[in-house]
Design a protein around this ligand. Structure first.
Ligand code: AMP
Length: 282
């Protein structure tokens, strides 16, 4: 695997491979890699000629400075895992390379109501930061295909919207969420959980399964409320338990029974914020 840290170097490398007709698959990450990230690399390997993974803990997408400071960094293990998965190029830029004119985002990305609900409501500015970094990475790497995880459901929709406007020929591939044996969605933030918290954390996936099992057409408000209470009584501080149309992310109080929907949860265990989702139908 080739490791490049400078924008100029990776641009040159990619332009040479483009001349040879090679298609690039791109997997952007913030590092602290786990099997979920690696599943994206593996998928990209099967569908493109070369795979680029980026590791950059993007300061502009953290609304909480403490979350940024505590974000796990495990670069040596990351390199080992990427090598093992057959990743071709690791792009490992510093802040100066990514944001040569400073961190302030002068550009506004038009995301409509996606920028006011769920993650956007509880993490103001988060998706503007996500778009800022993904736009910059796409502009540098110019991939044919971009691989994202369904684990970050709203983020997938936000990036699709941004990319449709700015990179219309880019293909976006959404990969399923990798889970631990007890159902917990793999996440870099899981590393920050204590032994007890780690066991508790599986209750989010259990709650999603419960909603999936018990949901029926009609009013779903009580189900959302009961699920919030279930999590709060199990030691979580819930940001939201929501049910939305899986195609538009329109939040629902009533389900017609036919619409493909997604159940979305965000909750804190002490100071670690976890998110997960599950689709029903589709
Ligand atoms: P992150 O490093 O958390 O920014 O994630 C980088 C990419 O990996 C994003 O597209 C995530 O949605 C995806 N990802 C994170 N966790 C998982 C998981 N458990 N399964 C599949 N993809 C994931």
């Amino acid at each position: 695997m080739i490791i490049l840290k400078k924008v100029a170097d990776i641009k040159l490398f990619i332009s040479n491979t483009k001349e040879k007709g090679m298609a690039t698959g791109f997997v952007p990450t913030m590092g602290a890699l786990h099997a979920g990230h690696i599943s994206l690399i593996t998928k990209a390997k099967t569908e493109t000629d070369q795979v680029v993974c980026s590791i950059f803990v993007n300061p502009t997408q953290f609304n909480d400075p403490k979350d940024f400071e505590k974000y796990p960094v495990t670069i040596e293990q990351d390199i080992y895992q990427l090598e093992k998965a057959g990743c071709d190029i690791l792009f490992l830029p510093g802040v100066d390379e990514m944001y040569p004119t400073g961190l302030k985002n002068s550009r506004h990305f038009e995301l409509g109501f996606l920028d006011t609900i769920l993650e956007a409501k509880f993490r103001p500015g988060h998706f503007q930061g996500v778009c800022q970094v993904v736009d910059r990475l796409l502009e540098i790497i110019l991939p044919e295909k971009l691989y994202l995880g369904q684990k970050d459901f709203q983020q997938c929709m936000v990036i699709k919207k941004m990319a449709n406007a700015n990179y219309p020929s880019l293909q976006i591939v959404i990969c399923p969420t990798k889970r631990e044996k007890d159902g917990l969605a793999m996440s870099s933030r899981n590393m920050r959980l204590s032994g007890t918290e780690r066991k508790q954390a599986a209750k989010i996936a259990a709650a999603l399964e419960l909603v999936k099992k018990n949901i029926s057409a009609g009013d779903v408000r009580e189900l959302k409320l009961n699920t919030t209470q279930y999590l709060n009584s199990n030691g979580f501080k819930v940001d939201y338990v929501e049910i939305a149309d899986a195609n538009t992310l329109q939040l629902l109080d009533f389900w017609n029974g036919n619409q493909v929907i997604v159940i979305l949860i965000a909750a804190f265990l002490n100071d670690v914020r976890l998110i997960d989702n599950m689709m029903v139908g589709g």
